[in-house]
Design a protein around this ligand. Structure first.
Ligand code: ATP
Length: 198
């Protein structure tokens, strides 16, 4: 499903760096401090991570390349992830989906979906039920396996529901129930007014 990851100015990746993912297992290997975890941070960031701390930084702009002995710092970080969506796992009709996130030094930023500026909400909807997205199990860090095993049966069930694609229907059901409630309130208001007219 994940086809390509492109980083520009993200953490230690000052130059445009492209990772192509092929069928099967991909392993990123390298010496300590060479930037392996930064690649995982980039994936988490593009999936909508809002916490700078979980990206091992103090604030969001910390993901921007900070400069090195031989290179000046940059003003923007950009990550683009390309998904093969032939099996329609993401909530989009497109056969290939491209998601981009940018952040500038002043902390502002933007999200793009297939090259068009979009809201974080659009991306959340895109990923909902796909198993990708913020807070899902698609990235299992050291320690998370233990946490999963030790979590309550209720919490574990939520993880399986997201994996099975049920959570998107649950979210839709909640939204519909909310609309139903609003409509029934409107109805009772209309009845009151009708009563007053009578
Ligand atoms: P380990 O195996 O020790 O976990 P790693 O290969 O996973 O290492 P990372 O933790 O991904 O390495 O990368 C750390 C490197 O990234 C450090 O050298 C750090 O200086 C660099 N780095 C992190 N943030 C930035 C930034 N904003 N600008 C430039 N370099 C950065």
């Amino acid at each position: 499903m994940l086809k390509r990851l492109e980083l520009i100015g993200f953490k230690s990746f000052a130059d445009k760096t492209r990772f192509d993912f092929h069928d099967g297992i991909t392993a990123v290997v390298g010496p300590n401090g060479s930037g392996k975890s930064n690649v995982v941070d980039a994936v988490r960031w593009i999936l909508g991570e809002q916490s700078a701390k979980s990206l091992r930084g103090g604030e969001m702009a910390d993901v921007i390349f900070n400069g090195s002995a031989s290179r000046r710092s940059l003003g923007m970080a950009e990550v683009t992830m390309t998904f093969d969506n032939a099996r329609k796992i993401l909530n989009s009709d497109a056969a290939e989906v491209q998601v981009t996130r940018r952040v500038y030094r002043d902390g502002t930023g933007e999200y793009l979906l297939n090259g068009q500026i979009c809201r974080l909400k659009d991306l959340k909807e895109l990923f909902l039920g796909s198993g990708a997205g913020p807070g899902t199990y698609c990235i299992i860090e050291q320690g998370r396996v233990d946490a999963l095993l030790q979590s309550s049966t209720k919490d574990r069930r939520l993880i399986f529901e997201e994996a099975a694609g049920i959570s998107r229907f649950k979210a839709k059901k909640l939204e519909t129930l909310r609309k139903l409630e609003a409509t029934s309130q409107n109805l009772s208001r209309v009845k009151d007014i009708l009563g007053e007219i009578d």
